[in-house]
Design a binder for this molecule. Structure first.
Ligand SMILES: [Zn+2]
Length: 1049
């Protein structure tokens, strides 16, 4: 293990990944006469430039006032308690640090106008709440006969006499943008042929239809066809023969993806469609994501779609909904007390989206109507009854057999309109298949339509044609609620497709890339904002000629690469190893380019005189504070060489709030002072850098300082050598009788505890955090304003996988029972660093090391614990490593998780519940941003910087799966296990809050008198380290999509 790397990256700071600190390259610039102006030596000139930088920024920000305000208006401004710069702290004789009192209240009043939404006293009025459905269902999996997971469907012959059955057969081809093959390989082997044939075959008959979802593929094909074909595509789309459904860049995963990226890929696809085809999608089509989130239904609604379709929902729920004819419903957001977020949703009733499971309840029959499976072809029917070519002799019998299935399917819905998808993965790639499907179905249609006694109207249809017919049959306008249809709220996790096969493994599979995805998202946001600010300036001042305006292409490319990664086999960690590498390289490539965009924009923005701006592609003016060697390694921090001349650090805060935080950088000397441009000193802490648990580096030092960063602004700090003694942190190392030597050096004091097993603590002005002297892991937290100490014990546990039948794989979590304690053969070494700005404890185990850092800052930064866990389980076989937090909180069977970092499911609205009646693996849920447990007195929240699987298996517990190494495929088509584990750094914030029940403005069920100020900034700081994340929206009625992005037109 490359310990140095881990320590610098994870142990160093929370800002390890996405702090956009840039160093002015003074050494190099000084020798570059081209960068001197007016005879003034560079540094001085540069300082005066920088001195005026804040004014410049204010001016610039003023110009962007509207945008900023727009965003600001949409979020709760709850960071007001973090205003003060803490003073320098002194070391007492007894070795402890004197902590300043924080006069700022840790509670911030929430005014009614801050949260109108929370004050609504109206109860939500829905017919179906998914948690209630879960509570009511038995999940007994009774054999339903031909429809194994359902029941026998019967009907009367004359049911359609007055109102005929309307059948819409919708041809589709599900194209995964990467899974078994890479995106490009799929394109070249299959997708381009599918689309080429589509163009030919749709034009042969205007009655033919085809729907397409994945714009990533479509745009690639578009770039390769001529103008005549483009015109034909536009014509087919305009005439409704070709319908674009959802219209996202991909069919996004709905469990792990962050709503920033979900929105982004949707915008990317919709803009592409509007610009190139001139269409706007009306209907959503999500047949393959492994569980469905209400974030997606909200985004589709806000994107003006009127209807949507979902498929992968727990078979017991499908059966229940089918039995009650509620497979079509209005999907409402849990926070919505009227109906403004309602969208019409169709849930497909059967097991799969392939032909055997879409024509009706009996797959053996339906398979006979998948004419790709005609004898002699590459695929056949597993039910051993092959399709027959339709001819005059058999058409009556075939039509009757098929109509029986259609009628049975229609009995599961309220209207007499039935949707029959006709397709599968990468279908219609050969001209023959188009002919087989279209020609045989056309014969069946002709027969049925020409026999009035059958009372059926059947045709090829687009998805929207089906929905429109349903609306029409119900006498309502498109998108409106038909009178008898139910309203549903909640989500559709955790998915099971059969037996106890719950798809909760993919909530954690390949956590390295789940983290890298978020790193990219934060870089994209920063790059977009800085580029926009710079470009605005360029346009206003007219010095644009020298500015690399073409950087915009990197932004577009990054959006598309991140968009691609939201695909339901990408961020989910469910593609083949070679495809994972392809995604990784795309993300890595865009990360490099985004850094370049950030550097170019920041360089331009920090110059006082824009005329001095000189863009040199080969030699960038600034450098970033970390770099990755490859797509699958953790970043390393840049070491700033500090000699006689000062160096400058530019820090960008890409969130729309000021923030006070600790910034850590590495330098070549421990004698460093950090000053603002006005010359005032900032509080600093110098800490050792370690190459291993006990081996101190001799060539690098960590300098941490407290910085106040303006909203969406750049701040400049000067680093210079000082001859006054800086404030160093102290180190204590628990060796626990291990025979290792500790290398230490000046100026740090290192206390070696050879055999001590005494519990110890670190503290700040808000709390003490106690650790177990034997394990080095957290035991409890004692808030200084609370007499009661709270148990928050960290444990690590292993899950195994079953030894018989189906085993865990990339999708499935099939554990061999409860988790077993992680037992370490060697006692761990624990290293404790204590200083005025932060203290941290690192415990080193063979398969992980845990870093817990406590900042000594006012506000949320000081009230939460910054936790990084570096995991390496590549030597394990069929094991999954989990972190378990055990507390005294009496949470019972309730816990709470967010959806796509967009909506937490607050108490009484949509909590999660541990169900005894379900197997262990069914009780795990996705955790894209946070999870919490609570009782009347406390709430423990864990915020996460990457999506992982979470559960609460016992009262007071939260458990997170950190990584999984699985040797086998789990029979869902991937054909591989998960064996490419990387050294992964999972990052969290843990926040323990008191709940207050009196003398506070009551905000209904939403905040429950909670110390809300602490929740939001903590979550924010994980996605946008030097600035926080997205969770500002968690408790709010989310912003309109138009405000999410500052985008160039
Ligand atoms: Zn798929």
């Amino acid at each position: 293990m490359k310990l140095r790397k881990q320590v610098t990256v994870c142990g160093g700071a929370i800002f390890c990944v996405a702090v956009f600190s840039l160093y002015l390259m003074l050494d190099r610039v000084q020798h570059d006469p081209g960068r001197r102006h007016g005879g003034v030596s560079f540094p001085r000139n540069q300082i005066s430039v920088l001195q005026n930088r804040i004014e410049q920024l204010e001016q610039l920000l003023e110009e962007n006032h509207q945008i900023v305000n727009h965003i600001k208006d949409s979020v709760l401004e709850l960071t007001g308690n973090a205003d003060a710069h803490p003073g320098l702290l002194a070391l007492q004789g007894n070795g402890s640090w004197v902590l300043p009192t924080d006069n700022h209240q840790t509670f911030l009043s929430v005014f009614p106008q801050d949260c109108q939404f929370a004050l609504w006293n109206k109860e939500q009025n829905t017919d179906l709440q998914m948690l209630d459905v879960y509570s009511a269902l038995k999940f007994d999996n009774v054999d339903g006969g031909a429809w194994k997971q359902g029941f026998e469907i019967t009907y009367e012959q004359h049911e359609w006499d007055n109102e005929p059955l309307q059948v819409f057969v919708v041809p589709h081809s599900h194209n995964d943008p990467g899974w078994i093959k890479t995106f490009d390989k799929y394109y070249f082997d299959q997708t381009q042929h599918i689309l080429n044939n589509m163009l030919l075959k749709l034009q042969e008959d205007t009655k033919r239809r085809f729907i397409w979802a994945e714009i990533s593929f479509f745009s690639k094909w578009w770039d390769n066809i001529d103008a005549q074909k483009k015109a034909a595509v536009r014509r087919l789309a305009a005439e409704g023969q070709l319908e674009f459904v959802t219209g996202g860049w991909v069919m996004t995963d709905e469990a792990n993806s962050h709503y920033f990226a979900m929105v982004d890929q949707l915008i990317e696809g919709h803009q592409w469609l509007e610009n190139n085809i001139g269409v706007i999608p009306k209907s959503g089509w999500a047949i393959d994501p492994f569980g469905h989130s209400s974030t997606m239904s909200y985004l589709l609604k806000r994107s003006n779609l009127t209807s949507m379709l979902i498929q992968r929902v727990h078979y017991s729920i499908k059966k229940h909904f089918a039995a009650n004819k509620i497979l079509e419903f209005m999907w409402r957001q849990t926070w919505d007390t009227d109906s403004s977020t309602d969208i019409f949703c169709h849930l497909m009733p059967f097991y799969s989206y392939d032909v055997p499971h879409t024509c009706g309840p009996d797959p053996k029959t339906c398979c006979q109507f998948d004419f790709r499976r005609l004898p002699g072809g590459r695929i056949s029917c597993p039910w051993k009854v092959p399709p027959k070519v339709i001819n005059d002799a058999n058409v009556a019998e075939r039509a009757s057999l098929l109509l029986d299935q259609y009628r049975k399917k229609s009995k599961l819905f309220k209207s007499k309109v039935v949707l029959i998808p006709l397709g599968d993965d990468f279908r219609y790639d050969k001209a023959l298949e188009w002919d087989q499907q279209f020609q045989n179905y056309e014969k069946l249609f002709n027969y049925m339509n020409s026999h009035p006694d059958l009372h059926v109207q059947i045709q090829f249809g687009s998805l929207s044609e089906y929905f429109d017919a349903v609306y029409k049959a119900n006498g309502v306008s498109p998108g409106s609620k038909p009178p008898s249809y139910p309203v549903l709220s909640g989500d559709f996790f955790t998915y099971a497709d059969r037996e106890d096969h719950y798809w909760s493994g993919y909530f954690t599979s390949r956590p390295f890339y789940k983290n890298l995805d978020r790193v990219l998202e934060s870089h994209l946001r920063a790059a977009e904002i800085l580029y926009s600010l710079a470009l605005n300036h360029v346009r206003r001042t007219g010095v644009g000629i020298r500015y690399p305006v073409s950087d915009y292409r990197f932004l577009t490319e990054a959006r598309r690469n991140i968009g691609l990664f939201q695909h339901h086999d990408a961020i989910t960690g469910t593609s083949k190893e070679v495809v994972v590498v392809d995604y990784g390289l795309r993300l890595f490539h865009s990360l490099m380019n985004l850094k370049r965009v950030i550097i170019n924009a920041a360089h331009f923005l920090v110059l006082q005189s824009k005329n001095d701006y000189k863009y040199d592609e080969s030699s960038l003016f600034l450098q970033l504070d970390d770099r990755r060697q490859t797509h699958d390694t953790l970043p390393e921090k840049t070491v700033i060489k500090l000699e006689s001349l000062p160096r400058y650090v530019v820090v960008f805060n890409p969130i729309e709030q000021d923030r006070l935080c600790v910034i850590s950088v590495l330098t070549t000397t421990p004698r460093v002072k950090v000053t603002l441009i006005d010359g005032s000193n900032l509080p600093t802490q110098i800490s050792a850098v370690w190459k291993s648990p006990t081996d101190m580096a001799t060539d690098a030092y960590q300098v941490s300082f407290v910085a106040r960063l303006p909203a969406l602004g750049l701040a400049v700090f000067q680093l210079s050598e000082t001859f006054t003694a800086p404030v160093n942190s102290n180190v204590a190392i628990y060796l626990r009788n291990r025979d290792v030597t500790v290398s230490k050096k000046e100026p740090f004091s290192v206390k070696i505890l050879e055999s001590s097993i005494n519990d110890f603590f670190i503290e700040n002005q808000h709390m003490q955090v106690w650790f177990n002297g034997v394990t080095g892991l957290m035991e409890n937290i004692k808030r200084k304003d609370d007499q009661q100490e709270q148990k928050v014990r960290t444990e690590f546990v292993w899950y195994g996988t079953r030894t018989f039948k189906d085993k865990s794989g990339a999708y499935l979590f099939l554990p061999d029972g409860e988790a077993r304690a992680y037992i370490s053969k060697q006692t761990p070494i624990t290293r404790i660093t204590q200083g005025p700005l932060f203290s941290e404890v690192i415990s080193f185990y063979r398969h992980f090391h845990q870093i817990i850092r406590l900042y000594n800052l006012p506000g949320a930064e000081g009230l939460s614990l910054d936790v990084s866990i570096v995991v390496d389980i590549h030597d394990q076989v069929n094991r999954e490593l989990a972190m378990r937090l055990s507390t005294g909180i009496e949470s019972g069977d309730m816990f709470f998780t967010d959806l796509n970092a967009f909506q937490v499911t607050p108490s009484k609205i949509q909590p999660r519940k541990y169900f005894q009646k379900l197997p262990l693996q069914a009780n795990f849920y996705p955790m894209p941003a946070m999870a919490y447990i609570q009782d009347n007195h406390s709430r423990l929240t864990i915020h996460t910087a990457q999506s992982l699987g979470v559960s609460s298996l016992r009262s007071g517990q939260l458990e997170i799966i950190l990584d999984r190494r699985l040797m086998q495929d789990d029979n869902r088509g991937l054909g591989q296990g998960l064996k490419d584990n990387k050294l992964t750094c999972n990052r969290f914030r843990i926040l323990l809050e008191r709940r207050v029940t009196s003398n506070k403005l009551s905000l209904g069920s939403l905040f429950q008198g909670l110390d809300v100020v602490n929740v939001q900034p903590t979550a924010l700081s994980l996605l946008y380290p030097a600035k926080p994340s997205n969770n500002s929206l968690v408790f709010l009625k989310p912003m309109e999509i138009s405000t999410f992005r500052i985008r160039m037109v």
